[in-house]
Design a protein around this ligand. Structure first.
Ligand SMILES: *Cc1c(COP(=O)(O)O)cnc(C)c1O
Length: 353
């Protein structure tokens, strides 16, 4: 792989005491091109603009998929990735569904590891902080007829992050709009899934809600996800999460919480979750907690769930008593190398140079 290091590092301008997610990018980026049926020209180069033909299919028909993952430091500033294999497999599941080429494992993993190694200094040091990594695959050519592109570009960029969404969320059970539908692309990280959620999310924001609790597209009676997070309910001492299907993205955070919970003897259920049982749980007080989870926010608990114009508040538990925050700490401890890693999720990043 070609490596072109920057001569003008921006790291001195980065204020690690005041991390503004997505506003400062690390010095380098990784690019690899797919042309004539082959992957070629893998390179790490200074972060900067890219140029494609205006006919590129990414601009017209939305052939674009992405991933979200993080690199963490421990107290000795050793660097760790968390289950990167899962992101690798998932971006290729997304790619297949969007009729895009699969990324070879060595290109994904070498690009990722070398890039993060070069930009090590961009990984914040504190507990809960990390470097958010964004791999993405886009169609870079095409003609304006609606056919899949022949050329693609796989890239990785990264941005320092604190754990965001620190406040408890007020969410609304959606009864009109949908994020995904059976047979569709809801299980993929297709860029268009996000585009189509912005409008209903803004409408919800204007009514004072932080996020939407998505329901199934045909009946709006079954719960799917919350915003761009998977969702858990702690109902009658059981930890319940909607079973992954076509409509639900198989989140790595969600899967990790399930594994930890099962190992630690919690009662766990992966099954269809109806709106009516959640409303009943809210009315009877049997729903102790509800929370969303994903790489970006880790875990974010809900304070209010609204349905058909009625706001239902969740019990106002002390933070120490919250199962959501217990699992948040369990995950962060593993990610930051502060506890054992019973499942082998941590991948130490060797120093390559
Ligand atoms: C990325 C994403 C998640 C969370 O997945 P993680 O692997 O835990 O980060 C959940 N739902 C949607 C719709 C997503 O795009």
């Amino acid at each position: 792989m070609k490596i072109e290091k920057t001569l003008h590092s921006r790291i001195k301008k980065m204020d690690f005491n005041n991390i503004d997610f997505g506003n400062q990018y690390s010095d380098h980026m990784f690019c690899s091109e797919f042309k004539n049926g082959k992957w070629k020209n893998s390179i790490i180069k200074p972060f900067g603009n890219i140029m494609f033909s205006p006919t590129s299919l990414v601009f017209h028909y939305g052939q674009a998929v992405f991933e979200g993952m993080k690199a963490y430091k421990d107290q000795n500033e050793e660097v760790f990735l968390f289950r990167p294999e899962e992101n690798f497999k998932r971006i290729n599941r997304s790619a297949v569904r969007l009729e895009m080429p699969s990324i070879p494992e060595n290109i994904f993993m070498n690009g990722l590891k070398q890039l993060i190694n070069i930009d090590r200094d961009w990984i914040p040091k504190n507990y809960g902080q990390s470097l958010y990594i964004r791999p993405f695959l886009i169609a870079t050519n095409g003609v304006l007829s609606a056919n899949p592109s022949k050329d693609y570009m796989f890239m990785i960029i990264s941005t320092p992050t604190d754990t965001y969404y620190k406040y408890p969320l007020k969410i609304k059970i959606e009864e009109k709009y949908s994020r995904s539908a059976p047979g569709g692309v809801g299980f993929t990280k297709a860029a268009g899934n996000y585009a189509s959620s912005f409008y209903p999310t803004r409408l919800a924001n204007e009514k004072g809600f932080d996020q939407i609790l998505w329901t199934d597209s045909s009946t709006h009676t079954m719960i799917e996800e919350s915003g761009t997070m998977n969702v858990f309910f702690y109902l009658k001492n059981k930890l319940i999460t909607p079973k992954f299907n076509d409509n639900i993205l198989s989140g790595i955070t969600c899967k990790s919480i399930l594994s930890l919970a099962e190992k630690e003897g919690f009662f766990v259920e992966r099954r269809n979750v109806s709106v009516s049982e959640i409303i009943e749980g809210l009315q009877t007080g049997k729903l102790k907690e509800a929370f969303g989870c994903g790489t970006a926010a880790v875990i974010n608990y809900f304070k209010t769930i609204s349905y058909k114009g009625n706001d239902f508040d969740l019990p106002n538990l002390a933070e120490k008593k919250r199962i959501s925050l217990y699992f948040k700490k369990r995950l962060l401890d593993i990610q930051h190398n502060r506890s054992e890693d019973p499942f082998g999720w941590r991948v130490p990043l060797k120093r390559y140079f």
